[in-house]
Design a protein around this ligand. Structure first.
Ligand code: FAD
Length: 399
C-alpha cells in the first residue's frame, strides 16, 4: 500500500492549483452572480491539456491516470464548482463513453477536438419522467434506412445547450426475449429486463436538424455552469452514430456513471477544501471576546472534524480512482466515495458558514457560494439515496 502521490500527480496538482488561483479565483464570484459561462477559462484549460486528462495521447488527450484526473477536478472545484462540474461532465460523461465504447472511427472523429477543449461534450440521460429510474427513459430512436430518427426530451443536461457533441440514451426496437427472460422471472421482471436491453446510446452533433436546446435552468448554485433541456423532433443522425452495439446503452451508462461518481466525489472534496481553508483563515483573523475565535474550543472542534472528514473523503475518492486504473470493478467504491464526499462536504460547508457567523451568510464571503454549489454533489449522477442502494446491493451480494 502506497499513500504517496507520484511525482507527476504532485506536479499536476500544483499546476492546476496555480492555474485555478490565477485564472479562476478572480472571476469566480462574478461568474456566480452573472451566470456567464467561462469560455476563456475552458479554452485555457484545453491548452493546458486538462480537458482530456484521462484520454490517451493518440486521441488527443493527456494520457493521465484516473487519480490525476480526480486531483484536477478537486483543485479546480476548490476554487470554483461551476468550472469543476463543467470539467467533470465533459470528461467523465461526454468524452469517456466515446473512448470506452466508441468505434475506432468515432474515436478518431470526435476525441481529438473534445479532448483538446476545442469543443465541449455532454451526456443526456435524464428526462422529465426518468431521473433516478434512468431505465425509464422514453426518448426513442428508430432506424429508417441508414439513419436513426430520434424523438424525445432530455432535462438537466450539463453543458447541453452549448456542447458540440451530446451522447444521448434512447429506446431502440426491443430485441427478442431470451430464454432466461422468459423462465424463472415474473412478467414484470422480464418486461424490465427487455426494456433495459432496448436502450442504446447515440452521438448527436450540435446543429443536427431536429435537435434543439430548450431553456437553461436558473439554478441555486453552480451558476457559471450550463444545465439545459434538450429536444429531439425527428432528429436524424447517421446509422454510424450508434455508440457500441444496439441494446448496450443501459450497461454503458451504468459504467459511465461509475466513472462519473469518482469525479463528483472529487468535486465535493475540492469544494469542502475551499470552504475549509476559508473558514480556518477567517477563524484566525476574527477577534471576539479579545481573542481570535480560533482559540475557542468550539471552533477548534469544528476545524478538527472537518479536517478529518475531508481527509477520509479524499482517500475514498483516490482509492476508487486507483481501483478503476487497476481494471477491477469499482462500482461500490465509487458510490461510497461520492456518497461520503458529498455529505462530508455538506457538513464542511455548514461549519464553514458557522465559523464565519453572519459574514458567512452574505455574498461578500465565498463560503456562501460554495455551500450552494456543493448541494448538487448529493444529487447529480445519482442521489445519495441511490448511492446507498448501489452500495447495499453490492454488500448484500458480497457477504
Ligand atoms: C445541476 C445538475 C446537473 C445535472 N447534469 C446532468 C447531466 O449532465 N446528464 C444527465 O443525464 N443528468 C444530469 N442531471 C440530472 C441528475 O442526474 C438527476 O437530477 C438525478 O439523477 C435525480 O433525478 P431526479 O432529479 O429526477 O430526482 P428523482 O429521481 O425524482 O428523485 C427525487 C427523490 O426521490 C428519491 N428516490 C428516487 N428513487 C428512489 C429509490 N428507489 N429509493 C429511494 N429514494 C429514491 C431520490 O433520492 C430523491 O430524493 C443533473 C442535475 C442537476 C441538478
Amino acid at each position: 500500500m502506497d499513500f504517496e502521490l507520484t511525482e507527476e500527480q504532485q506536479m499536476i496538482r500544483k499546476m492546476v492549483r496555480d492555474f485555478a488561483e490565477k485564472e479562476i479565483r478572480p472571476i469566480a464570484r462574478e461568474m456566480d452572480a452573472s451566470g456567464e459561462f467561462p469560455w476563456e477559462v475552458i479554452r485555457k484549460m484545453g491548452s493546458l491539456g486538462l480537458m482530456g486528462l484521462p484520454i490517451p495521447e493518440e486521441y488527443g488527450g493527456s494520457g493521465a491516470d484516473t487519480t490525476t484526473y480526480a486531483i484536477a477536478v478537486e483543485e479546480i472545484s476548490r476554487v470554483c464548482g461551476s468550472v469543476g462540474i463543467t470539467l467533470a461532465a465533459h470528461t467523465s460523461l461526454g468524452i469517456y463513453p466515446i473512448y470506452r465504447f466508441g468505434s475506432e472511427e468515432q474515436k478518431r472523429k470526435y476525441l481529438p477536438s473534445l479532448a483538446s477543449g476545442e469543443g465541449l461534450a455532454a451526456f443526456g440521460l435524464t428526462e422529465p419522467e426518468a431521473g433516478s429510474d434512468a431505465a425509464g427513459i422514453k426518448t426513442t430512436a428508430a432506424l429508417d434506412g441508414d439513419q436513426w430518427v430520434i424523438n424525445g426530451q432530455k432535462t438537466f443536461i450539463t453543458s447541453g445547450s452549448i456542447a458540440d457533441v451530446v451522447i444521448i440514451a434512447a429506446v431502440t426496437p426491443v430485441p427478442a426475449l431470451s430464454q432466461d427472460d422468459r423462465t424463472g422471472a415474473s412478467q414484470a421482471q422480464a418486461d424490465k429486463s427487455a426494456h433495459r436491453r432496448a436502450i442504446s446510446n447515440f452521438i448527436v452533433e450540435k446543429g443536427t436538424p431536429g435537435f434543439r436546446p430548450g431553456r437553461d435552468e436558473d439554478k441555486m448554485g453552480l451558476r457559471g455552469s450550463v444545465t439545459s433541456q434538450l429536444f429531439f423532433e425527428d432528429c436524424r443522425v447517421p446509422k454510424e452514430n450508434l455508440l457500441g452495439q444496439m441494446g448496450e446503452g443501459f450497461k454503458q451508462f451504468l459504467i459511465t456513471l461509475d466513472d462519473g461518481r469518482i469525479s463528483i466525489g472529487a468535486m465535493a472534496v475540492g469544494l469542502a477544501q475551499g470552504a475549509f481553508e476559508a473558514a480556518v483563515k477567517y477563524s484566525k483573523e476574527r477577534v471576539q471576546f479579545g481573542q481570535p475565535i480560533a482559540s475557542f474550543q468550539a471552533i477548534q472542534w469544528m476545524i478538527a472534524d472537518v479536517a478529518t472528514e475531508i481527509e477520509a473523503a479524499r482517500l475514498l475518492v483516490y482509492r476508487a480512482a486507483w481501483l478503476k486504473d487497476q481494471g477491477v470493478r469499482f462500482t461500490k467504491e465509487a458510490a461510497m466515495a461520492k456518497l461520503y464526499a458529498s455529505e462530508a462536504a455538506e457538513r464542511a460547508c455548514y461549519k464553514a458558514i458557522q465559523i464565519h457567523g453572519g459574514y458567512g451568510y452574505v455574498k461578500e464571503y465565498d463560503v456562501e457560494r460554495i455551500y450552494r454549489d456543493n448541494r448538487l454533489t448529493a444529487i447529480g449522477e445519482g442521489t445519495s439515496e441511490i448511492q446507498r442502494l448501489v452500495i447495499a446491493r453490492q454488500v448484500l451480494k458480497e457477504l
